[in-house]
Design a binder for this molecule. Structure first.
Ligand SMILES: [Zn+2]
Length: 100
């Protein structure tokens, strides 16, 4: 529902692949055994300079968690987690890395 006009008419719009870190936290404790080998990992809220007002909760990958900063530019990549499912995650825009 739209917070401004309470309309329920919605539609899907593709977000830009470039985003910025709006906020983040570093997870150091495994709340489930499945994530234990990923520790520490970064949960980030990203926003999109080209799509004001839209934010997404995601993971920031391919970076030392100590080097994450608010406002850092990042870019989308799709993580193939199996069974035909893909999760949108982000990595630093300027990173010269391969997919983790
Ligand atoms: Zn509205």
């Amino acid at each position: 529902m739209c917070f401004a006009c309470q309309s329920c008419e919605t539609n899907y719009v593709e977000a830009p692949s470039e985003a910025r870190v709006y906020s983040y936290t570093v997870v150091r404790h495994a709340s489930h055994p499945a994530v234990e080998k990923m520790l520490p990992y970064v949960v980030a809220v990203v926003d999109f300079p080209d799509m004001p007002g839209v934010r997404l909760i995601t993971n920031l990958t391919d970076i030392d968690s100590k080097k994450v900063s608010i406002g850092m530019r990042c870019t989308l990549w799709w993580d193939d987690i199996g069974d035909g499912m893909f999760l949108p995650r982000f990595r630093p825009l300027d990173a010269v890395t391969s997919a983790a």
